[in-house]
Design a protein around this ligand. Sequence first.
Ligand code: ADP
Ligand code: MG
Length: 399
Amino acid sequence: MSIEYHHQHIHTLEDLEDGVSVFLRLDLNVPLRGDEITDDTRIRAALPTIKRLIEKKCKITIASHLGRPKGKVIAGESLLPVAQRLAELLDIEVVFPDDCIGTGVHKHLLDQQDDQIILLENLRFHADEEQNNAEFARKLKSKHHAYVSDAFGALHREHASTAALPKLFDKKYAGLLVEKELQALSRLIKTPSKPYSVVLGGAKISDKLKVVEALLKKADRIFLGGAMVFTFLKARGHRVGNSLVEEDMIPRAKKIMDQASDRGVSLFFPKDFYLGRSVEDPGEPQYCSSVSIPDGMMGLDIGPKTLAHFSEYLESSKTLFWNGPMGLFEKKPFHRGSFELATLISKCNAYRVVGGGDSVAAINQSGLADQVDHISTGGGASLEYIEKGGLPGLRALAS
Ligand code: ADP
Ligand code: MG
């Protein structure tokens, strides 16, 4: 089976022959405290593809980046703890060479037994990785027969292991996670069922501007919250107190509002807020029943009137995408708006996707993650896919 991609095709694992040697690019960039993994979600997300390749009796070499060592060997950014966790979770021997290229790796490849997998050391220990160096890609390729990518969260990067390397293979495939992400995200950009609602929040409008502009061409309703809404509210002439505003983005915010009205896209703004003194030390939340925030105070969450107003128009949606928390959800009780939005979304009868690092953290914490259709773990990659309809790492997989 294959996935259509801009008049080309990306093969899936069903097309992969049994028993071949596979270079498997994963996103095992997990958070570490010392050598302890504090969240192994990304490792667990990769297991179905690894297991499928084991079932197919493939010889597997796994590669990933971790952190930002910027071309230097940094002990604290070794993948060793990941090798140990993989061995535990798969109950298999994981061979861990101390580099991702070179004679040591070759020797392990030659000696590899059927019941062993190889995990290469951090790709970013070589500056060539981020420079998309073709020679480095050739060294990574070594004698591998096929390339499989399941590193969805890294596909917006034009790096050696995601861009130059797959181009060197005739046989290349998307893993199960990439397949699932593409199925879900393409429903948001190809022919979304209407009405199509988008809820946008989060910290900075400058990070999201291009996605918002792209979504104006697809969505019917856009609901705005989080810190980024204050740039819009200031552009509309409201008092925003000390809330986070990106002054230099006010003209772009005005342009977005004009474009929305030209295209018949409805924009929904908050009607009330919970306020605090600052992000670092918000103090007790103070309720503000209107969009007029007193001097010295910051809007840190949306209020009940806003949620009731949003709810009315969210309910009838047929497609729904949520990116960006509605408030300072890391500090209780300013998580309430985001959690209650998660509840509203869980009750909608729409095709629902949640994407973005913090938005996914918020819905996971609310305990409602299993109530939506798709949680996109890609962060930057999912937003760029929605914005541009493609990614460098997907282009390199297509043929
Ligand atoms: P995502 O990772 O889901 O794309 P962002 O990174 O854009 O989301 O934004 C998440 C951050 O925005 C969180 O740290 C959250 O605390 C912050 N945030 C949301 N609303 C506010 C607000 N009103 N004031 C300050 N920070 C906020
Ligand atoms: Mg974030």
